[in-house]
Design a protein around this ligand. Structure first.
Ligand code: FAD
Length: 475
């Protein structure tokens, strides 16, 4: 008897069934040859560890895969979630599935070097048996390499990139794929593979049902985006979408966000300072950093974009680094922010900028230490955005803050947490300080139970300027 053709969909950072081109295309193909779709997810904890992936993010993935299994079951699409080791194990897992009658593999493309090598190895394995692989370039709204200067070069500065990106959006629009059609009930006997294990439940506060996440995004675009321009910089306010964790693992696509925003905001998107257009800019930043990563693979190796800055001789004091990680620097806004990261796995964007700048330009620690620490804690850890953010703050990246622009953490605190509400939330020992004192609780003496400042900002600033000037003058 002829085997039923199996269209294998390998899910990775596209853990959703709405707007999933790989899944949708496989389902269409299966309808044509009376085949079935089998979805696959391979957990690779060893590779995750090599990427410094936070435990909370690992847990979010595991919980999301479990939820997606149930959601796909409604469409009668089986999802086989297995436990692998590292990326090498993916070839072996997929090879074991081929005898089921796999006729094609469908997956969303990924850009990092190790992921590329993994996919290459899988494609080579399938090629041996003349099984085609279809890769879909959907991680960005505009695929890397599609937004170029008139000379065909990659943009290294955000503003002209954004301008051209918007022209492309106006010209081509944004396409989202419908959910795949229900397939007829299928009994499929899969080989004996280790089922994916459950996580540690550390991400339990983050809902993982796809419709709930889509609904959050819809409500943000309908009701909250109007205030985004004014509210987005204040960490005490819930002024941003908090969708980054979902975008990072693909419960949601950036295309869905853009399409929904266009639908809800309409004309407001034409106004440069409207909440809708500022939020769209953030989604464009997301694309920008991924495009840069693909064009400059040396970034994956944690090299600086501005190569001369790799000659900076960072003092890298372990004691100062430990104080920063624990939130014990004596600078309340920095300490409260680091505690938000350690306690919740997420940190507000303004605080990411402040703490990153502080680590590099006040504590004189190599930005790569901070990049790695963030990755090991963030629920939304994403290589391109994290690397881009760190290199921006450290003045080593593309379109980075100029090196002589050094955030004053106390002024930042007064400006963006004026009433000290955010600081009080994470530093209860400062609860009784007045709104004015809380930003610098060291006069006349440090508040009881709080930490003395580990550095003096003005002195630290001078050293930063000297460290950068030394390498800039050699150019
Ligand atoms: P919103 O303000 O609602 O923005 C919407 C979406 O746009 C975000 O969910 C995110 O996907 C994207 N976005 C927003 N800002 C940026 C940006 N500057 N660069 C790229 N994409 C952006 N973002 C990550 O997703 N993962 C990271 O690992 C990460 N690390 C960062 C490290 C540093 C040092 C800095 C300065 C920024 C980093 N960011 C990172 C960007 C930004 O801080 C977060 O995306 C944002 O805080 C997430 O909150 P939100 O979903 O409410 O964002």
């Amino acid at each position: 008897m002829e085997k039923t053709p199996v269209h294998l969909v390998w899910l990775r950072h596209d853990l959703r069934y709405h707007d999933n081109q790989a899944l949708y295309t496989a389902r269409e193909a299966a309808q044509l040859d009376n085949g079935i779709v089998l979805a696959l997810y391979i957990a690779t904890p060893l590779s995750w560890q090599q990427h410094d992936m936070a435990m909370i993010r690992q847990d979010l993935i595991r919980r999301r895969v479990a939820a997606l299994t149930a959601e796909l079951a409604e469409l009668k699409i089986p999802l086989l979630a297995v436990e692998g080791m590292d990326y090498d194990s993916c070839v072996a897992v997929i090879a074991q599935l081929l005898p089921l009658g796999v006729v094609a593999l469908y997956a969303q493309q990924e850009y990092e070097v190790r992921e590329h090598a993994r996919d290459h190895a899988v494609a080579a394995k399938l090629h041996e048996q003349q099984i085609p692989c279809y890769w879909f370039d959907r991680l960005c709204v505009m695929p890397p390499g599609s937004v170029l200067t008139q000379q065909g070069d990659i943009y290294k500065v955000f503003t002209p990139f954004k301008r051209n990106w918007l022209v492309k959006l106006a010209t081509f629009g944004v396409k989202c794929f419908p959910k795949p059609a229900v397939q007829s009930a299928t009994a499929i006997v899969v080989p004996n593979l280790t089922p994916m294990q459950a996580g540690d439940n550390s991400s339990a506060g983050w809902p993982v049902a796809e419709l709930e996440v889509l609904n959050r995004m819809r409500i943000f675009c309908q009701q909250r985006v109007q205030d985004y321009t004014t509210a987005r910089d204040f960490p005490a306010i819930d002024g941003t979408s908090s969708l980054s964790a979902y975008l990072a693992i693909g419960v949601l696509s950036a295309q869905q966000c853009v399409a929904r925003l266009q639908h809800e905001a309409g004309q407001q998107l034409e106004q440069e300072k409207s909440g809708a257009s500022v939020w769209l800019s953030e989604l464009i930043w997301r694309d920008f950093y991924k495009h840069i990563l693909v064009a400059f693979p040396r970034l994956i190796k944690h090299q600086a974009f501005q190569t001369e800055t790799d000659r900076i001789n960072w003092p890298n004091d372990n004691r100062l680094f430990a104080a920063w990680c624990r939130g014990e620097t004596g600078y309340p806004i920095v300490d409260a922010a680091m505690r938000q990261l350690n306690e919740t796995g997420w940190m507000h964007n303004r605080l990411r900028m402040i703490t990153a700048s502080f680590l590099v330009k006040d504590l004189h620690i190599d930005w790569r230490w901070g990049e790695r620490y963030f990755m090991s804690k963030l629920i939304d850890g994403d290589f391109a955005a994290n690397n881009g953010g760190w290199q921006w703050a450290a003045s080593t990246g593309t379109d980075a803050a100029p090196y002589f622009r050094i955030f004053n953490p106390v002024t930042q605190s007064e400006r963006f947490d004026p009433s000290g509400d955010f600081i009080r939330r994470y530093l209860p020992m400062l609860a009784s300080k007045t709104n004015k004192e809380i930003h610098w609780p060291h006069k006349p003496v440090t508040a009881k139970g709080y930490f003395r400042p580990v550095v003096e900002h003005n002195e630290a600033r001078k050293l930063t300027l000297a460290l950068f000037s030394a390498v800039k003058s050699q150019e």
